[in-house]
Design a protein around this ligand. Sequence first.
Ligand SMILES: Cc1ncc(COP(=O)(O)O)c(C=O)c1O
Length: 409
Amino acid sequence: MLPQNQYRSIVTPVFPDFIEQRLQKCDEEIFRPRKNRKPLVLGNCLPNSSSIMLQSNDYLNISNHPDIRNAQLDVLSRMSREPVMSAVFLHENSDKSLFENRMAGFAGFESAILCQSGWAANVGLMQAIADSTVPVYIDFFTHMSLWEGIKGSGATPYAFRHNDPGHLERLILEHGQGIVLVDSLYSTMGDISPLREIVGIANRHACVMVVDESHSLGTYGTNGSGLVNECGLTGQVHFITASLAKAFAGRAGIILCPAKFSKYYPYMAFPAIFSSTLLPHEIAGLNATLDVIRAGDNRRKELHEKSRHFREGLSALGYNIVSQSQIVSIEGGLESDTELLRDALEERNVFGSVFLAPATPKTRSLMRFSLNSDLRMEELDYVLNVCEEIRDEIGMWNWKSTRRKRNDQ
Ligand SMILES: Cc1ncc(COP(=O)(O)O)c(C=O)c1O
């Protein structure tokens, strides 16, 4: 046994300059500009039991649902040996395949592929369908995981202006048939893609259509089957991807696709080959979650009504709200302005999530509120009162986003 003091004296190797310089840059950009020397996203204080929390993506508030917990506990208490390995070794009758079949039926697709996360789903899919010969058309505000997927595939990205189908079509006419990528519901501002127009253009030019439904699967469409389904576009979209860490409140991702494709995916995409699959109790939890989501019409109705009330309230106070959903963001713009906003909210016990570069353009940082179906109207009205009270203190009338709203009116 080692003497006691040897546990304490840990020897750390020295970093070369190329790493030290990166750490220093991070210190200058993230830590030092803040009064409290903490990253802007962390705030000054921790929430307590009476705080109003508007940070979680558990939109239907089901993460503690007893059916989901019991399904996981049941598997955990029964299984003595669980396979911990890549999904390439799994056979067709695995619990994973059974869940995939249920998810495919739920969303109106032939097949589904369960992935370790939404990130893995997007990176894996892009690697499997794109290469340096394929132009990829991507909405400027589409999630970073799809941008990373393009990078990994070696394809060239052609970014079109946010929610601008006309610009997409001009780029396709210039560069030819390829892949079109959008989010159905954008995770920073909460606005919705004009899916009918975008899918129409993709089909007209024989492009492959991919929609990331991370923030709309479970919250929109019949039984929560998503926005593509709600828009009547199911047979016209080749792939839907989604994180199951939002309304599904788990730790996983999914690709919905044609059966022809799912057969090959496990042998083409590196996240499927070289990264371990989910554990049986996680799959059992997701399976139970699907039932809870399907039966969640009341939760969805509550979520949409409360979100509308909150959006309209903020808009009436003069804030520039572009959201059409349960994600409602206030754009402070400059980081210093978003910091003032965050502090004013925290002082009044309201907690949202700060978004800044690289999640937003540098001068368009924002405070994101994620709503859930169980929030009480009094809580939302309290937040609206706070937002009314702080407008002068945070300089809201002079923000660029406020001026943009005035110019648009
Ligand atoms: C639109 C979108 N796609 C993909 C992801 C990645 O999902 P996950 O957190 O499951 O990796 C996210 C998560 O932030 C997201 O918002």
